[in-house]
Design a protein around this ligand. Structure first.
Ligand code: FMN
Length: 234
């Protein structure tokens, strides 16, 4: 059978219309072959088979997605800390009141904004922290943003084993949780959700109240494992 070069044929007959050929199967005598009516059970089985194959394929894709199969790190914890330390952060003290009435607070630099509407923030707490059970159970906590002049408070709430609030000026906010005097800003949060990740739990708080002191004091900045404040560039 001679072969047809489609491109040459198109060039030779630019206005030719495509021919639609209908195929009707016939038997040896030329009569039409009647097809048996489709079996409904067979069609359903076919659908179930297709569904199963597609679901398995999608599950396999998910299991092999990049999120689930990170390569082993090629660095140790010290190198990781060093790299993280290049990211300058502010410093906060997260405070809450246990059901017993005991005031709890910890220094945290993991604070960050999440969403404007609804107003959401996050921070993370080490699983080994003794305050974990209280922060997990309480409905509310406050994120207090520290001024550079509050470095002593930052150290106190990171290291002291006894009552961290002894002699520390504070007042209850609308949610009843303690707000530290002199904080540059504060966010009273509803304990909205928590995510268990690695050796920390990520807390997402829905901000019910917030405020700023509004004075010109500099913020406390944590960078390369040390404390600083900001110098304007301009
Ligand atoms: C600058 C700075 C930032 C810190 N940030 C965090 C943090 O984000 N999350 C955390 O779990 N611990 C953080 N820590 C350590 C806690 O403040 C410290 O472990 C605290 O004593 C935990 O208290 P607890 O064991 O009484 O709950 C930070 C410490 C410092 C000095």
């Amino acid at each position: 059978m001679p072969s047809v070069n489609v491109r040459h044929a198109r060039q030779a007959l630019p206005h030719a219309r495509p021919v639609v050929v209908q195929y009707r199967p016939t038997d040896a005598s030329g009569g039409p072959i009647s097809r048996p009516a489709p079996d409904p059970l067979q069609s359903q089985l076919h659908l179930i088979q297709r569904f199963t194959i597609l679901t398995c394929a999608s599950l396999a894709r998910r299991l092999h997605s990049p999120m689930k199969s990170a390569a082993q790190p090629n660095f140790d914890t010290a190198a990781f800390r060093l790299a993280l330390g290049e990211f300058a952060t502010g410093v906060t003290i997260i405070t809450t009141r246990a059901e017993s009435g005991q005031l709890i607070g910890i220094t945290a630099s993991s604070f960050n904004s999440v969403s404007l509407a609804p107003p959401l923030v996050l921070w993370s707490l080490a699983k080994r922290a003794s305050s974990m059970t209280v922060f997990e159970a309480n409905t509310h906590y406050v994120v207090n943003v520290l001024a550079a002049s509050q470095l002593a408070l930052c150290r106190r709430f990171a290291t002291l084993k006894g009552d961290r609030f002894a002699g520390v000026a504070h007042a209850a906010g609308d949610t009843g949780m303690p707000i530290l005097d002199g904080a540059l800003a504060w966010f009273e949060c509803h304990n909205r959700s928590r995510y268990d990740e690695g050796d920390h739990v990520i807390f997402v708080g829905e901000v019910e109240r917030c405020g700023v002191t509004g004075d010109a004091r500099e913020p406390l900045v944590f960078h390369r494992g040390g404390f600083h404040t900001v110098d304007p560039l301009g």
